[in-house]
Write a protein that binds this ligand. Structure first.
Ligand SMILES: [Zn+2]
Length: 211
């Protein structure tokens, strides 16, 4: 028993991709005739008990690719870090590695996981895999360990608490949770049909129903 050493579970992080950054990342994926890798700069925002990883900028760098798989070469990685140092960026802020899977489905392959382990050895790392169909998945790693799979939201910024509160108030006022209906057979008639009838009657009354 080692109570003193038990780690608190990690708070779930959500990656926020602002629409213009998402467009750019997808455009890089579309423009490349194979897979492509890039970096992203992030900002961690704590809000309403949630942790948001807001992507503020992305870049690509000189790289060699093939159509089968992106393998981030050490020398390409070193070149990228050197360019960050030259541009006086804090390289700790550039902690998002993203890559495309061309037209294949999105997931983190064993090669990706090796790359992630290598880059996150001494730090935090967020990763995104995207494809030409604009599908995407994300994950969060720390010190070479996979911490969690990370949902990705495409939105301008973190949720607005005022709007959340206002809508919650409206929902509380207008939406009532009723017990789920018992299977229709036990009543001897079809509940679903009756609901559809009600909708049709309503639409007819509004003259929106076309036979
Ligand atoms: Zn991959």
């Amino acid at each position: 028993m080692k109570f003193g050493h038990q780690k608190m579970p990690d708070m779930e992080r959500t990656i926020i991709l602002p629409p213009h950054i998402f467009e750019q990342m997808h455009a890089y994926a579309v423009a490349s005739s194979g897979e492509i890798s890039g970096w992203g700069k992030t900002k961690l925002v704590r809000k309403g008990g949630n942790l948001y990883v807001v992507v503020t900028e992305i870049r690509i760098f000189q790289q060699q690719i093939n159509s089968v798989h992106t393998q981030l070469r050490d020398e390409d990685l070193t070149k990228f870090y050197l360019s960050l140092i030259k541009s006086k960026e804090r390289h700790q802020d550039w902690n998002l590695w993203w890559h495309s899977h061309d037209t294949m489905s999105v997931f983190f392959s064993p090669t990706d996981t090796d790359t992630i382990e290598k880059i996150s050895k001494r730090s935090k790392l967020y990763s995104i895999c995207i494809n030409k169909k604009a599908e995407f998945v994300g994950r969060y790693d720390r010190k070479g360990e996979h911490v969690q799979d990370t949902p990705i939201l495409i939105r301008e910024s973190t949720p607005n608490q005022e709007i959340l509160d206002k809508c919650a108030e409206e929902v509380a006022k207008l939406v009532t949770v009723i017990p789920a209906p018992l299977p229709a057979v036990s009543f001897g008639y079809n509940v679903i049909d009756e609901r559809v009838d009600a909708v049709e009657r309503f639409l007819r009354s509004r003259r929106h129903f076309i036979d």
